[in-house]
Every structure is written in C-alpha cells, then in structure tokens.
Design a protein around this ligand. Structure first.
Ligand SMILES: CCCCCCCCCCCCC[C@H](O)CC(=O)SCCNC(=O)CCNC(=O)[C@H](O)C(C)(C)COP(=O)(O)OP(=O)(O)OC[C@H]1O[C@@H](n2cnc3c(N)ncnc32)[C@H](O)[C@@H]1OP(=O)(O)O
Length: 258
C-alpha cells in the first residue's frame, strides 16, 4: 500500500509508521492525517501486527497541525466540518498498543498525537510544546486535557499560556514520557520495546491498554472494578492457562490468543 506522506514497514510483528513531510517538519496536513488514519486501520486489521510505532524525523516528530492549511478555515468550516474529528477517532479506535518514538519537535497537534499513543519514548533531542496561543487558538485535540493529566496543572498551564517548549529531561521528570534515550538509539529502543510487547499475549496486551486508559476516565472505585473484571475475564483465555503453566514448568510461554 503506497503512501505519499508516510513510510510504513511491517516486520517482526511491529508496524513502523514514519511521518514523512520533512520540508514542513511533519506538519499534520489533511493528506498526512488521512494516510495516517488509513495506515493505523490497516495495522489494526493486520493479524501479523501486534504492536505499532509512530515516529517522525530526527528534527521533528510533528511540528503541529499544518498552519498554512488551517489559516484558510472559517468557524463554520471547523465547527460544521468536525475538523480532525474522524482522524482522532481513527487513532483512538486502535486496540493494539501504539508507541510514539519522538525526536525533535512534538508541538501542538504533534504533542497531542504523541499523547494519544500509549506511551512515549523520547530522544534526548525531543522538545514538546502546546504553543497554539501564539496562533490565537487553544489546543484542539486534547492538549489541555491530556497534558494536564500527564504533567499536572502548573506545568500544563505554564506551557499553554507561555507557549514554551519542554525538553526531554523535563518531559521525563514530569511524567509525559516513559523514558529518554540518546537520539541515535531512539529507533532501536522503540522497536525493541515494541518487539517485547509483540511477544506477549495479544489479548492480554489489549486488556492492559484498556484498563490503564480507563484509569484516565473514571474514579478509583470504578476503575478498580473494571480492572478486577478484566483480571477475572483473562482466566477464560488460553493465554492465561499457558502463561501460568509455562511459569510452573519453568519454560517460555507460547501465547496464541489474538
Ligand atoms: C489518524 C491519527 C491522527 C490522530 C491525531 C490527529 C492529529 C491532528 C492534528 C491537528 C491538531 C489540531 C489542534 C492543534 O492543537 C493545533 C496545532 O497544532 S497549531 C500548530 C502548533 N505548532 C506550532 O505552532 C509550531 C509552528 N512551527 C514553529 O514554531 C517552527 O517551525 C519551529 C517548529 C520552532 C521550527 O523552527 P525552525 O527550525 O526555524 O524551522 P522553520 O520555522 O523554518 O520551519 C521549517 C519549515 O517547516 C514549516 N513549518 C513548521 N511548522 C509548521 C506547521 N505547524 N505548519 C505548517 N508548516 C510548518 C515552516 O513553514 C518552514 O517551511 P518553509 O517556510 O521552509 O516552506
């Protein structure tokens, strides 16, 4: 499947999706977003794919929505056209784990895209920001909500109001990213993590993703109940039987549930 604005490669049960608009620092225009939605749907439906990695270039994961494209839009265009709504639905419907491998700029929609992934591995060159205020808008696909949940009100308010960027070290300290690696090792680290996930039980990985995401949506009591029902349910799977039997028999499990 050919793409104009992405490079997609599937190997070792991992789909690597590389944003490829280098001249615009991977600015997220409608063409790229349409192709990204298509690539994510393809990865979700491809039985060979068990984990997804989204990355950009050394200089930019994505420098945000494409400003030149947005500059032409009116209120009616964005309000009645549900600008970016379908694309956001596309990524949030993906049940397989998605890792964001971020080097360089992840700004505005680029930071929001990374935060919609399940976790972020950052190069030491990564710079995160929600500088929409400079353009006369607020973040439009989750920046004020997900960044605040990730790093707390103070830092989120600071970044949204001043438009300042957060470097990789601050992003790790703040809990926005799960780990920081030297830029040259970013892809090795991200693909290694994705490979490890791909070796796990698929049904269990999907359950983990749903349970952890639910913690961002509900209170503790409801979240604990959801987790408990998910734990109970997995005892109905062959992977739970195989996983626990393999441990007792001191051998590697051979997971099979999709
Ligand atoms: C299917 C799944 C998808 C699910 C997720 C959906 C995502 C949807 C995305 C839309 C989100 C909308 C809501 C969002 O909150 C709104 C925004 O994102 S607003 C944009 C926020 N970003 C910015 O404000 C950053 C703008 N860029 C800069 O400040 C600077 O470029 C920089 C990043 C600091 C780098 O500076 P420099 O190194 O000096 O480089 P240049 O500025 O010269 O840039 C090089 C080249 O790239 C072009 N460019 C850079 N950023 C953008 C951009 N955001 N849009 C368009 N073009 C951009 C720049 O114009 C230069 O091009 P040239 O002039 O050389 O032709």
């Amino acid at each position: 499947m050919g793409y104009e604005t992405l490079n997609v490669d599937v190997s070792n049960h991992v789909a690597l999706i590389k944003l490829d608009r280098p001249d615009a620092l991977n600015a997220l225009n409608s063409a790229l977003l349409g192709e990204l939605a298509k690539a994510l749907r393809a990865a979700q439906h491809n039985e060979k794919v068990r984990c997804i990695v989204i990355t950009g270039s050394e200089k930019a994961f994505a420098a945000g929505a494409d400003i030149s494209e947005m500059a032409e839009k009116s209120f009616i265009d964005v309000f009645m056209g549900d600008l970016f709504g379908p694309e956001v639905d596309a990524i949030l419907k993906v049940r397989k784990p998605i890792i964001a491998a971020v080097a360089g700029y992840a700004l505005g929609g680029g930071c929001e895209l990374a935060m919609m992934c399940d976790f972020i591995i950052a190069a030491d060159t990564a710079k995160f920001g929600q500088p929409e205020i400079n353009l006369g808008v607020v973040a439009g696909i989750g920046g004020t909500q997900r960044l605040t949940r990730a790093v707390g009100k103070a830092k989120s308010m600071d970044m949204h109001l001043t438009g300042r960027f957060m470097d990789a070290a601050e992003a790790e300290r703040s809990g926005l990213v799960s780990r920081v690696v030297p830029a040259k090792k970013l892809m090795d680290e991200a693909l290694s993590a994705a490979g490890k996930i791909a070796e796990k039980s698929m049904v269990t990985a999907v359950a983990v993703k749903e349970a952890v995401n639910r913690s961002q949506e509900v209170g503790l009591t409801e979240g604990l109940l959801f987790e408990r029902r998910m734990f109970n349910a997995l005892f109905a799977t062959e992977d739970q039987t195989e996983g626990m039997k393999a441990f007792v028999e001191k051998r590697e499990p051979q997971f099979r549930d999709k």
